[in-house]
Ligand binder design. Sequence first.
Ligand code: NAP
Length: 293
Amino acid sequence: MCVDFASGKTSVFGIIGNPVEKSFSPVLQNTIAKEFGKDVAYVPFKVEKGQVKTAVDGGRALGIKGFNVTVPHKIEVMEALCAIDPVAERIGSVNTLKLTENGYVGYNTDIIGLKKCFEERNISIEGKTVVLAGAGGAANSAAMLAGEERAGKLIIVNRTEEKAVKLAERVRKYYPIEVETASYDSITDIENPEIFVQTTSVGMGNDIEGTPVKNAGFFDNVRIVVDIIYTPWETRLMRDAAAHGAITVNGFDMLFYQGLASFEIWHDMKADMKKAAELKERLTEFYRRGQQK
Ligand code: NAP
């Protein structure tokens, strides 16, 4: 099944952000709904800063069943919610809202999407040294994932050191794992950096040949690199890491699985993972073809 306007019972979902015109979420969510037989319409809503609560309250009045939330509203939206999932509270931002009797409850599924990148490849984070590049919004999810999965050590590397220090303090507040900060210049001194997660915006947009890790020799001891960028499909950092023997994963897997996790929350269900993996392959093809145009 897919959207069935004749049913009179179509559930409406949407994404709130600014800009949202280029968001892949409408394609992603409507395709997932079709695959899993839900009578759903999912649409983008461009919302200005300062208007997020008004938009969310309006969504409730209209009976919109759920929202995804993207840049720049993931923090502002928190004041419009009746409850927030504890993991989202720790991350400090919300990307999924689910309508309940009392209003919208907020969740963060970026962390679930990122976790799946490791699970799908049978790579456990537990006990490993995780090096995290970046200390912005997405880095918060990655840092809390390291805590949730009991990494042996988390090392946060960021251009602005004080933001790395702040994030490190936040992780220590919630999880009993070892957390340190480092600079890009000293990154090659890190011992056994088995897992590397790249969450900066370096390597995309106008900076397509950029990489935060200038000395690619660093990747000699890294087993897996997840770069959460997916446009371009392969960043320079991923190319460098692959040339030094690391498994590389771009951000499309995270994008797909965060969307699937939102869908599961909205519909109170667990998706069949084999079916989900096949769907991810099809959407990957679709997305890559779109990029080549
Ligand atoms: P953000 O909060 O603005 O953080 C940006 C990060 O990039 C900061 O740590 C910043 O360091 C760093 N940075 C920017 N320019 C830099 C430079 N020239 N050199 C070194 N570091 C630099 O952004 P965000 O929301 O975390 O998003 C970051 C990236 O993740 C974006 O590319 C976004 O598209 C992607 N993302 C992907 C997914 C997915 O599902 N795949 C989900 C969320 C986000 P400073 O602190 O020093 O400024």
